[in-house]
Design a protein around this ligand. Structure first.
Ligand code: SF4
Length: 395
């Protein structure tokens, strides 16, 4: 299957839709009705937009496509992290990961659910700990494919909630007393599902987000807009392997997106072993780009540091890491390495992880040690897609 020829309706901003509707002599409030169907009701067909006149729906359908993602596979970890493998319209596979409320990582304590979002099919950057880069870059995601990851995940969630509701009713009828719950308890749990499930985004799924800059920014503006998803810019964290020029460009944007850097090495020698991009944008250049970002923001940058046994977990890395973190007013997220099939690296022992954290804190750096919530579901970036593609290729 090939990519759609018509633009997708979810790749347009409200202003762009207003301009198109004005050409068609349609009033502004029709645009707002359409946006409601797309982003509040999450519909997947034109026919569901029942308060739009039939002629208008036909015109929209003639001019625009209305694509959605197909769920190819879902894995749920024991701690309720859910990993989704989506099939795109051209058959390509991408991943998103839904992480339940987890304060203090990127957002605030009130966070309900975070979605980790992909921005490319495959990746050209080949970070050595990452499965997404193992088979190279295929293509950039279009804005609607980035936006759809949030919509499709919410559709899945609310579908599950309504199934729970139906089951709850049936159980209540069958005699809730035998389950030792009040009649209606399950019903009310399902009914309490919020209108918006996801209120925090981390752009650190498959792909280098800043290598797909224009499509990413457009998608984020739709996700951020009150007529779209209304997710605050400060609840959207963009994670980059360190594309210095694009970090400077991002610093000039009006939105206060958060920035995370996949650092993983505090000296060029160590970082270049893990991140090939460091040869193009070494630490000096990356640091100066981050400083220019920091000057325009009042939020801390996050430095991601995957601890890999014998590669970057030596305590000698602590001092340069602390110097960098203090220079950038950054906090450090330590993440123990997740095993990737085909790679030899190992996770440090719990004791080694704790020792690194303690040494960093002794340098007065704000740091957390994050034991990956999706550790048991191939949560390392790109693993689920890679395994599925290889299975399909084998078949
Ligand atoms: S970590 Fe990100 S930038 Fe690096 S290879 Fe994986 S997807 Fe690409």
């Amino acid at each position: 299957m090939t990519a759609p020829v018509k633009p997708d309706i979810k790749s347009l901003t409200r202003d762009e839709l207003l301009a198109r509707f004005a050409e068609w002599s349609l009033p502004e409030w029709r645009v707002d009705q359409l946006l409601q169907w797309l982003y509040q009701r999450r519909v997947t067909t034109w026919d569901e937009m029942t308060n739009l006149p039939k002629a208008m729906r036909e015109r929209l359908s003639a001019e625009f496509s209305l694509s959605s993602l197909t769920l190819s596979l879902k894995q749920g970890a024991s701690d309720a992290t859910q990993k989704f493998l989506w099939r795109l319209i051209d058959g390509a596979l991408i991943e998103s990961v839904l992480i339940p409320a987890n304060p203090a990582l990127y957002g605030d304590a009130s966070d309900r659910h975070t979605l980790c979002v992909s921005t490319q099919v495959g990746c050209a950057y080949g970070c050595k700990f990452c499965a997404s880069g193992l088979e190279g870059w295929k293509r950039n995601l279009r804005p609607e494919e980035i936006v759809e990851q949030i919509l499709a995940t919410e559709r899945w969630h609310f579908e599950q909630s309504s199934k729970l509701k139906v089951q709850g009713s049936k159980l209540a009828e069958d005699g809730a007393a035998t389950l030792n719950v009040e009649p209606g308890t399950l019903n009310s749990l399902a009914a309490a599902a919020p209108e918006r499930l996801i209120n925090n985004l981390v752009i650190m799924g498959m792909g280098e987000p800043l290598a797909n800059y224009d499509n990413l920014l457009k998608a984020l503006r739709i996700l951020n807009a009150p007529w779209g998803f209304g997710i605050g810019a400060r609840k959207i964290t963009i994670s980059t392997s360190g594309l210095a020029p694009q970090i400077v460009q991002l610093a000039g944007e009006p939105e206060q997106f958060r920035l995370a850097i996949s650092l993983h090495g505090a000296t060029d020698e160590v970082r270049s072993q893990i991140m090939p991009v460091n040869r193009k944008y070494p630490l000096r250049e990356l640091t100066s780009a981050c400083e220019s970002y920091q000057r325009k923001r009042d939020r801390m940058i996050t430095l991601e540091y995957i601890l890999i046994a014998g590669v970057n977990d030596d305590l000698l890395q602590v001092r340069p890491l602390a110097t960098l973190a203090k220079k950038l007013n950054a906090k450090v997220n330590l993440i123990p390495y997740n095993k990737v099939e085909g790679l030899q690296w190992r996770r440090p022992t719990d004791t080694a992880q704790e020792a690194f954290l303690t040494a960093l804190e002794a340098q007065k750096v704000v740091a957390t040690l994050r034991r990956e919530k999706g550790h048991d579901i191939d949560a390392a970036c790109g693993q689920l897609r890679l395994r599925t593609e290889r299975e399909l290729a084998g078949a």
